[in-house]
Design a protein around this ligand. Structure first.
Ligand SMILES: NC(=O)c1ccc[n+]([C@@H]2O[C@H](COP(=O)([O-])OP(=O)(O)OC[C@H]3O[C@@H](n4cnc5c(N)ncnc54)[C@H](O)[C@@H]3O)[C@@H](O)[C@H]2O)c1
Length: 422
């Protein structure tokens, strides 16, 4: 059975490494974080993902998974490290470069390198190939290179890792066939083969598709507010058309993928990405729209306290990277508002979080920013007792608005310009 080295033990690398290990591969997981390595070696996890702890424990107990700060010789190398953007929105490929350079001393003829990180089209040919060939081995002849982008949904990673169809792009046909064989040994979905740049573009355009369509939903929501009607009613009815799928509107787009990957195309083709650029701007402006609405809700209050519910970029995950909540918090603080933030999932928070009771205590306005399931089950009668003013702003359409109104709340919903008909 092949020995596999997985570079990066985050949301993608750790589930992949442990699923490979529980499928019989000998796996070495490599991470630059010493705490990550120690945590994994002790059978524990440093991120929140349903089912992951059990699989990591099983993988460690089987003896098939080990974690280390440095790579070793292997048959297959997976690279699953971050591909973020800089402040100026240009792509930061430092982690991919460093992880690839780290495996060069261990490469041997016949090895296969698979880049899983979402990367700008051209990365394997223009960045990875020259680095790998520093080993003296020729890509496509002595060693094999493929890109297999990950498509999993946080919160369902383990299920989707096994069930999703995958696209494998090879530097050559043989590279793709070798990578396909690895995936077919542990996934149930179909594996489609293509060339390496096409595979890179497939992943980036999947996330760009979602960003553009969310932007359309957000713009529709703003138009509905101006029209004094409900976006959610419009979306529900429009989506009864067999070929329409209006996405959900919200306070913006966050996370490590959808809000980041379109920039890979904008940076490379600034003159050709007019629609993609506008969509990014529309989504990036949503936190400001939310902050303006909140400011209007507390306009007549002296030194108001605002409760913000949800720091994670989406419901039921612990990931706050690029979260629109962070931008809303910054904008409200810049305007001098007192802000208390609660999140039941986020552990590594860049800002101070408070308990639910403290967050609601003496508050003038509660704003639901993330669709965590926990929030749907809050009891408005109890919340009403904690708050100074019974005002809520639901940016994710997660509350039972009639129930909250019955308990005396003034309820504002993102995308709704007037009281919806009773
Ligand atoms: N998180 C998702 O849901 C998701 C979904 C699809 C694709 N992706 C893509 O997968 C890639 C990885 O994302 P993630 O969410 O797993 O990131 P992550 O931040 O959760 O994990 C990455 C890990 O890599 C480690 N690392 C950084 N540099 C390293 C190096 N040189 N050598 C070894 N380890 C290194 C970090 O310490 C970290 O633990 C990104 O390109 C992302 O766009 C992520």
């Amino acid at each position: 059975m092949s020995k596999i080295c997985v570079m990066g033990l985050g949301y993608i690398g750790l589930p992949t490494a442990s699923v490979l290990a529980t499928n019989g591969f000998k796996v070495l997981g490599v991470d630059v974080g010493a705490t990550v390595v120690d945590t994994v070696n002790s059978g524990n996890i440093h991120i929140e993902e349903p089912g992951l702890h059990t699989v990591v424990q099983a993988a460690i107990n089987s003896g098939n998974l080990r974690a280390s700060l440095t790579p070793e010789k292997a048959d297959v190398f997976f690279v699953a490290v971050p591909t973020p953007i800089h402040e100026d929105k240009t792509v930061n490929m430092d982690c991919v470069t460093e992880a690839t350079e780290a495996i060069v001393p261990f490469l041997e003829p016949g090895n296969l390198v698979i880049l899983e990180s979402t990367s700008p089209p051209g990365t394997c040919r223009d960045l990875l190939k020259p680095i790998l060939e520093q080993s003296g081995l020729v890509v496509g002849k002595d060693i094999f290179l493929a890109h297999c982008p990950e498509r999993v949904l946080p919160g369902k990673i383990l299920k989707e890792l096994i069930e999703n169809d995958r696209v494998v792009g090879g530097y050559s046909r043989e590279c793709a066939e070798r990578a396909k064989a690895i995936y077919k040994s542990f996934i149930e979905g179909e594996v489609f083969i293509t060339d390496v740049t096409t595979a890179e573009m497939v992943k980036v355009i999947e996330n760009t598709f979602r960003d553009v369509n969310i932007a359309l939903a957000n713009e529709t929501a703003i138009l509905c507010e101006a029209l004094g009607i409900s976006f959610h009613e419009v979306a529900k009815l429009a989506n009864r058309h067999p070929r329409v799928n209006l996405h959900m509107a919200g306070p913006g787009v966050g996370g490590h993928c959808i809000s980041v990957d379109p920039w890979f195309l904008i940076e490379r083709f600034p003159d050709k990405t007019l629609l993609i650029r506008d969509a990014r701007d529309r989504n990036d402006n949503m936190p400001e729209h939310v902050a303006n609405q909140v400011a209007a809700l507390v306009a007549d209050i002296q030194d108001p306290k605002i409760t913000l519910l949800g720091l994670a970029f989406k419901g039921n995950v612990d990931d706050a990277r690029e979260s629109p909540s962070l931008k809303v918090i910054t904008l409200l603080r810049e305007r001098g508002f007192r802000v208390a933030v609660h999140d039941p999932h986020v552990k590594r928070s860049p800002i101070e979080l408070t308990s639910l009771e403290e967050s609601f205590g003496n508050s003038d306005c509660a704003v639901f920013l993330t669709d965590h399931s926990d929030y749907k089950y809050l009891n408005p009668a109890e919340i009403c007792k904690l708050m100074k003013r019974a005002v809520v702003y639901d940016t994710r359409n997660i509350l039972d608005h009639n129930l909250w109104r019955r308990e005396g709340f003034d309820v504002k919903v993102l995308g709704t310009g007037a009281e919806p008909p009773a």
